[in-house]
Design a protein around this ligand. Structure first.
Ligand SMILES: C[S@@+](CC[C@H](N)C(=O)[O-])C[C@H]1O[C@@H](n2cnc3c(N)ncnc32)[C@H](O)[C@@H]1O
Length: 175
């Protein structure tokens, strides 16, 4: 059976903008007791599902909510506990104030070349030494810019795609 994207879950308002099996894989990749950054959160369903599975991992979600203001309300309703925090703005602004380093950064915000490439450059600055970046829509035909920006970033910042699952690509610093 073909999977849906976005996906609805009982007990959550709004939707997760990934398939059920992608979300399952993402949850598997997120480390326990870690610091995670999510760039592009929408209704926060994905972040809340991750929190249910990794209650001691602290998640900072970033979303400027340019168009869909009602999603902030969804995000707050879906928030599972105090380990989830929301930055209503863009990553470049968060990066000015943020001194934390993240072990796991999920990039799923702007889907156009300049935007995602810029987010990846900031993500690299905020990534811990052994941290990984996961990008969504890497192989998605409707979002060709994502794959192009990720490939350019890997080449220039010396990262490599170390694992793939459907439209998810996991990146780490090249040895
Ligand atoms: C595909 S949705 C995110 C889905 C979410 N990660 C999930 O799994 O359900 C994309 C979101 O990125 C946000 N967005 C757009 N431009 C952004 C940017 N420059 N930085 C961060 N988020 C951005 C949009 O407001 C939208 O809510």
């Amino acid at each position: 059976m073909t999977e849906t994207n976005p996906t609805s879950y009982e007990g959550f308002v709004g939707q997760s903008w990934m398939t059920e099996s992608e979300l399952k894989k993402l949850i598997e990749w997120v480390p326990d007791k870690a610091w995670m950054l999510e760039v592009g959160s929408a209704s926060g369903v994905t972040a809340a599902k991750i929190t249910e599975a990794h209650p001691e991992t602290r998640i900072v979600s970033v979303d400027p909510y340019f168009e869909k203001g009602e999603r902030i309300g969804h995000w707050l309703s879906n928030r599972r506990n105090h380990t989830q925090n929301l930055w209503c703005g863009t990553l470049n602004h968060l990066a000015i104030f943020c001194s934390a380093k993240f072990d796991f950064i999920f990039v799923d915000g702007d889907h156009f070349f300049v935007g995602i490439y810029g987010d990846l450059l900031y993500a690299e600055k905020l990534l811990s030494a052994d941290g990984v970046i996961v990008c969504h829509d890497y192989d998605e035909l409707a979002w060709r810019d994502v794959g192009q920006a990720v490939n350019r970033f890997c080449k220039e910042a010396k990262f490599e795609v170390c694992e793939r699952f459907h439209c998810l690509a996991k990146l780490r610093r090249a040895a």
